[in-house]
Design a protein around this ligand. Structure first.
Ligand code: NAP
Length: 292
């Protein structure tokens, strides 16, 4: 078994991006500027946004963090989105999800200028993804593809089971892995809570992607020998041995599954750092797409 080390792969990407930014700076060209909008005080969202802003700083991007309390109105938030759309200094921005229930997430996502939509959630970018046209790819699926590619994991002709069909991970990832690209050319089965005989389907997979948010859901008896496992799940589970009182747990029962597979991502340190790295790739790309 080999660990698919997302932290190390993401570091490799960060160094490449830092070199690209340094080269732009030396030619007096514009430096990428990522803005992040955070609503409320959800611990997970706060951690993710802070990690994104810190990653920007480390590679020399400019960054802005815009915070609202949970009572912000939809109108106020949409006004900020329009302001960021029209601010030429900002190359790309994200509105961290989930949003409070009184705000329509789809309305907010659709209000973002597709050319600044570095999360790749806008329907226009999702359509371009399906057609394999230039545009922003959703950060987590794109990060997973980078992780497979940079670790020389063959996907062509493989049977892949994706567990979970969210709009941000499972659904787009299943399409990206099925496209005629490298990585890609998989035969994909997209599964969800209504799937019958899930275990039998997962047992046949060469590549298993778990994105459901249920700690330890994928057990050793569901995995064939030599499979490649990508664990997207990140659930906070109480852990009194940790200073903050919780630990992040993946969707895969790592200790029992790891000995059976060829490659496996750890949690933390697998998909999470790759998501941030691909957001940075998208931000650099946003300047190119906007002709900066
Ligand atoms: P989500 O919106 O929470 O949806 C969960 C999906 O899992 C749904 O499609 C659901 O099916 C499916 N599901 C639930 N129980 C199932 C079962 N027993 N069998 C088969 N499928 C089942 O998904 P998400 O937003 O993609 O999040 C999933 C996990 O990934 C979470 O732990 C999240 O924190 C993590 N995540 C991590 C990153 C990262 O960068 N590391 C990024 C994004 C998300 P239905 O559609 O039928 O309800």
């Amino acid at each position: 078994m080999q660990l698919l080390d997302g932290k190390a792969t993401a570091q490799e990407i960060r160094e490449e991006l830092k070199n690209a930014v340094d080269a732009r700076r030396s030619k007096n060209e514009k430096i990428p500027h990522l803005a992040a909008v955070l609503v409320g005080n959800d611990g997970g969202s706060l951690t993710y946004v802070n990690a994104k802003v810190k990653a920007c700083e480390q590679i020399g991007f400019d960054s802005s963090l815009i915070k609202y309390d949970a009572q912000v109105t939809e109108e106020e938030l949409l006004a900020k989105v329009h302001e960021l759309n029209n601010d030429d200094k900002i190359d790309g921005f994200i509105v961290q999800l989930p949003l409070p229930s009184h705000i329509d997430e789809l309305k907010v996502t659709q209000a973002i200028d597709p050319l600044k939509d570095v999360d790749g959630f806008h329907p226009e970018n999702l359509g371009k993804m399906v057609l394999n046209l230039p545009g922003f790819l959703p950060a987590t699926p794109a990060g997973i593809l980078q992780l497979l590619k940079r670790n020389n994991i063959e996907t062509s002709g493989k049977d892949c089971v994706v567990i979970g069909r969210s709009n941000i991970v499972g659904m787009p990832l299943s399409i990206m892995l099925a496209r005629s690209t490298n990585p890609g050319n998989c035969t994909v089965t997209l599964t969800h809570s209504r799937t019958k005989d899930l275990k039998e389907k997962v047992l046949k997979a060469d590549i298993i992607i778990a994105a459901i948010g249920k700690p330890g859901f994928v057990t050793a008896d569901m995995v064939k020998d030599g499979a490649v496992i990508v664990d997207v799940g990140t659930t906070r589970v109480e852990d009194s041995s940790k200073k903050n009182g919780w630990a992040l747990k993946g969707d895969v029962a790592f200790d029992e599954v790891a000995p059976k597979c060829s490659y496996i991502t750890p949690v933390p340190g697998g998909v999470g750092p790759m998501t941030i790295a691909s957001l940075m790739i998208n931000t650099l790309q946003s300047m190119e797409l906007r002709g900066k």
